[in-house]
Design a protein around this ligand. Sequence first.
Ligand code: LMR
Length: 334
Amino acid sequence: MRKWCVGLWALLGCVALATAQAAEPILIKFSHVVAVDTPKGKAAEKFRELAATYTNNQVRVEVYPNSQLYKDKEELEALQMGAIQMLAPSLAKFGPLGAKEFEVFDLPFLFRDYEALHTVTQGPVGAALLRGLESKGIIGLAYWDNGFKQMSANKPLRTPEDFQGLKMRIQSSKVLDAQIRALGAMPQTLAFSEVYQALQTGVVDGTENPPSNFYTQKMHEVQKYVTLSNHGYLGYAVIVNKAFWEGLPGELRGQLEKAMQEATLFANQIAKQENEAALEAVKASGKTEIIPLTPEQRQRWVEKMVPVHRQMEERIGKTLIAEFYQATGFAAKP
Ligand code: LMR
């Protein structure tokens, strides 16, 4: 009788344990380097909420903003190793992964506006680029917009000559490196989390970023001038660890894909207005003077910077650049 009782308890214990295990949600750690109050930060939160709703809390997304888990390059390594499951690095940061073709997005003056950008990110050329990540153990789920970059420094930057000898912080992209050199300045690659301090202490003189990043990192406190150059684009690819993603039960994966589609629509709806609002906030701070370019001044930037396209053909691929030109309507001779 006693033996029978012990057996029953063990069985009940096993059932309870199995139930508890079944109820334990699958965890997706989503790391990123920007503030919560940015297009990427808000879209990550949106995905977290939608994922919980659509999977009926069977998946829990934990979002870690502000480089609190990893800095730029480390986060990509962590994703490949499976320490985190989801990221949305800027397209300029895929080079160190060996996916240097993503640097095509960094080519100066390539995208006239968001509409031109979307011909790529929402079309077959963008989809093919994402598929190329699979050989690196990564699945690309979506493109999330941020915005157009502006140049900043502690002196007004109106002409290419104004860049002479300045040290400019860039992301880890060879295209951005070439772009800064084309202006006669010295590029310096730094992790995003280090930019504010580097500007503050004079390790670098200036930088480029869309207003949403500029404002939320408080760069306006340490940069006296921002030139409205709109000379390049900064946006993201949302990526997941392939083994993790393919190991998910099919139904859950489908629900997460739906959540991602909606979060992507949201991201791409808010990006423009978030950047406009951030620029207004920089203006309102009174700490940074905003410098518009005359058409003639802008043309001088174009003449200096667009030759970088040709220079980077070998690295990025001539065919890919041609595909981008065709999709966006970029005229090689501006
Ligand atoms: C940067 O490093 O400047 C950006 O990539 C940060 C970001 O993720 O928007």
